[in-house]
Write a new protein. Structure first.
Length: 351
């Protein structure tokens, strides 16, 4: 039974897209017969092999339901009870997870303002202090996001510098990779080149934003600094009984090149959208378009006019800043139609 308008399109979030047909097919194939529960299944075992192929022989995958759960238990696993996390103020763990890292994970966050969502060693040092001071939660982990919440990218060298700096201070390095595939596609690098090869200890491997149905994973890259994750996944309610369906999706994405094909397409659609509006008077872009997100400021009234046809979010309504996200199933026609509506709305308000 169809209960929604299947012709509706939008640029609000890559979470709005459906499930990639190849992922749906993988779920159907995993549905045949019986398999052991709680991860003792063939699909989860295959996922371990796939993850090692991407991230190295030490890598271990822990499938979970969502990115917030992955971030919470990933951070819990590298911190003692008195530990704290240094992150960008715009980080998902700080802004968009309902306080879960602090409420559920018991993790203090030290949020650092940044102009582009990216941290530097100098910015880390603004909160990485007070070691040994019993009155201050100890900054023992660094969390970065790739690509960032502002659609920007760290280079491999930038992550290496951050990891070296954090490790020298005794901090573990966590990477929120909800859009890790988009970053790899834009950088033209294998996944390990800007994660395990440059000192990241644990990461969230995204699936949902790239065509999966509620499938993410915590990937441990440095088992020496990760403890108790098997227990944390259970007591934070992220342990799937029928884990084969979660793992089958991630295998479908990452076993071959589906993750890269989908991310490359989403990035290309964001670039197409930016190019279509680059020269329009009255529109200013607030961040470089490096992955699948476009950030722009619009003249008064334009956003609401266009939202009558295509939904998207305000990023900072006080300055008319919006965010447009492209997905694996965004089409060139979607982009061209949307850009045309934006141009028309801008022209009507500037004349």
């Amino acid at each position: 039974m169809q209960i929604h308008d299947t012709a509706a399109r939008g640029f609000a979030s890559d979470n709005y897209s459906g499930v990639h047909p190849e992922v749906l097919a993988a779920i159907g194939e995993a549905n045949l017969g019986h398999q052991s529960s709680y991860g003792n299944d063939d699909y989860t075992r295959r996922l371990q092999e796939v993850v090692r192929e991407h991230f190295g022989e030490a890598a271990q995958a822990w499938p979970v339901f969502n990115g917030t759960g992955a971030n919470v238990i990933g951070l819990q696993s590298v911190l003692p009870r008195w530990g704290a996390v240094v992150c960008a103020r715009t980080a998902h763990i700080n802004v968009d997870e309902g306080g879960a890292p602090e409420r559920v994970g018991g993790v203090k966050l030290y949020a650092v303002p940044t102009p582009d969502g990216k941290l530097t060693p100098d910015l880390v040092d603004t909160e990485a202090w007070g070691f040994g001071d019993e009155h201050r939660a100890q900054p023992l982990a660094l969390s970065i996001t790739q690509s960032t919440e502002l659609g920007t990218l760290y280079t491999a060298a930038e992550i290496a510098a951050l990891a070296d700096h954090a490790h020298a201070l005794g901090m573990a390095v966590h990477l929120d990779g909800a859009r890790l595939s988009n970053a790899a596609a834009s950088l033209g690098l294998p996944l390990r080149a800007f994660t395990s090869d440059v000192g990241v200890d644990v990461l969230t491997l995204g699936g949902t934003k790239n065509g999966a149905l509620g499938a993410e994973a915590v990937v441990v890259l440095n088992p020496e600094v990760v403890h108790g994750l098997v227990y944390a996944r259970k007591f934070t309610m992220q342990l799937a009984s029928k884990m084969r369906f979660t793992s089958a999706q991630l295998v479908a994405l990452y076993e071959a090149d589906l993750w890269l094909r989908s991310a490359t397409h989403a990035n290309a659609m964001a670039s197409r959208l930016r190019a279509a509006l680059e020269e329009v008077p009255g529109i200013t872009f607030t961040q470089p378009t490096q992955a699948n997100g476009v950030f722009a400021r619009l003249p008064d009234g334009v956003a609401d006019a266009v939202r009558q046809r295509f939904f998207f979010y305000d990023w900072d309504a006080s300055v008319n800043e919006v965010r447009w996200m492209c997905s694996f199933d965004t089409t060139a026609e979607d982009v061209d139609t949307f850009a045309g509506l934006v141009r028309e709305a801008v022209a009507s308000r500037l004349t």
